[in-house]
Design a protein. Structure first.
Length: 419
């Protein structure tokens, strides 16, 4: 087991061990945010046949060579084709067919004239324009041709993908499984939110923030409850999580007298790959996996609420995205200018909770205040985490630094992109 490694080394180890999950078949309507496990080929042409892009009249362009606003040409309307209708009867010289948008173009016709360029009189129509061949005709297969590879494996399913899958007649689709994340909290001081907080007890908020972080990344949280600080209770509950893809334990992985989680993991066959990452908050982070290769990835997150959330962000979240098949694993980052001086000791990378504000083209970052690893308020106010590099001891007011955007609404435009 390694200890005292950098966050970059820790992330590399985590991602190396995070497996791509297998496939499952689900309803297309439920697939938003999932990742395709297989490519999708088209079994049809879209649109299926040449069809009208307008409400108007299907014509033979050669009949209208002389038509103009001053000298309209009259044609006989021999039938009408609604969207979804069709006709086998070919147009002959001097004939037109009434067509509605989406209607298949009848045989013999090679253009559509918009209704606006005509006047109707019983079963005749006067046409005031001379269309080029193919005018207002959407070609069969212009969107998708038979056999086209329309979606590649690894595509993230969004509204357009869902619409396309539906257009191709798919009601189900193969996607990577959502990681199932078993969440354990541990500590004699912890109670559920409606529990008795007398005698110095506190609510196990980590269970809730971590479950929410899982949901946000599209993973499925499974709550294992609060383990008492005894090896037996910890073991019993950890065992209940062994079938999950990932096991996240918050607290109890530190070096305190009652930190039994590491010992229990060892007993269950999980070997830690690292413990202790040179970062703040979040030093006492552990990561392991089951030797036999059949158990979940195990993250032992620090118990302090901010440490738990920040370490989840930096290590668990990218692992879950990778397991679910995502190619892009990390939050967006931008450069921001510091509104104030920040200081720390050289050695550990600090994730400083900052608020962001726009100033013209620049982004200004300001500390959210008390950066204690138990001060959950600092996460509440944080729109981003500022990366204060390990080797630096000072960032001056006006310096720029990389910030990792947590609140992606910050990237939302304040006004519409048109006026
Ligand atoms: P530990 O890692 O057990 O030493 O816990 C470190 C700190 O985090 C202690 O102040 C704990 O009370 C707190 N803590 C541990 N687990 C949780 C939790 N599930 N929710 C909120 N705070 C916690
Ligand atoms: Mg504890």
């Amino acid at each position: 087991m390694r200890t005292g490694i950098t966050p970059a080394e820790a992330l590399q180890i985590v991602l190396e061990h995070a497996p791509l999950l297998g496939a499952e078949t689900i309803a297309v309507a439920d697939a938003r945010g999932r990742v395709l496990a297989a490519g999708v080929r088209s079994n049809r042409r879209l649109p299926p046949s040449d069809n009208s892009a307008m409400d108007g009249f299907a014509v033979r362009s050669e009949d209208l060579v002389s038509a103009s606003a001053d000298h309209p040409v009259a044609l006989e309307v021999i039938y009408e084709i609604p969207a979804g209708g069709s006709s086998e009867q070919a147009l002959r010289a001097g004939e037109a067919a009434r067509v509605l948008t989406g209607a298949p173009i009848p045989p013999g016709s090679d253009a559509v004239v918009r209704q606006e360029d005509t006047t109707r009189d019983g079963d005749r129509v006067k046409i005031f324009v001379s269309p080029e061949p193919r005018t207002h005709i959407r070609d069969a297969g212009e969107d998708v041709d038979l056999g086209d590879q329309v979606l590649d494996p690894g595509a993230v399913v969004g509204p357009a993908e869902i619409g396309m899958l539906a257009s191709l007649g798919r009601s189900v689709v193969a996607v990577h499984q959502r990681p199932r994340v078993a969440i354990l909290s541990g500590g004699d001081e912890l109670v559920e939110p409606d529990g008795d907080t007398s005698g110095g007890r506190i609510v196990s908020s980590n269970s809730y923030s971590i479950a929410a972080q899982c949901l946000e990344v599209g993973a499925e949280p499974i709550y294992l409850g609060i383990a008492r600080d005894t090896p037996d209770d910890i073991e019993k509950r950890l065992r209940a999580g062994l079938r999950a893809d990932v096991l996240v334990s918050s607290a109890g992985v530190s070096v305190g007298d009652r930190d039994y989680v590491r010992g229990v993991l060892d007993k269950l066959g999980c070997s830690l790959l690292f413990w202790g990452v040179e970062m703040k908050p979040g030093y006492p982070l552990a990561f392991g996996r089951f030797e036999a290769g059949d158990g979940p990835l195990v993250f032992g997150l620090p118990g302090n609420p901010v440490s738990a959330m920040v370490t989840f962000e930096q290590f668990v979240r990218p692992a879950l995205r990778k397991m679910a098949g995502r190619q892009s694993l990390f939050r967006p980052t931008v450069r921001a200018r510091l509104a104030e001086r920040l200081q720390k000791q050289v050695g550990r990378l600090h994730f400083v909770r900052v608020d962001l504000e726009r100033d013209g083209d620049e982004i200004i970052a300001r500390s959210t205040g008390n950066q204690g690893s138990g001060v959950l308020r600092s996460m509440l106010l944080a729109r981003a985490l500022l990366i204060f590099p390990a080797e630096a001891s000072e960032l001056r007011e006006g310096d720029t630094a990389t910030v990792q955007i947590l609140d992606e609404d910050f990237l939302a435009a304040p006004t519409p992109p048109f006026s």
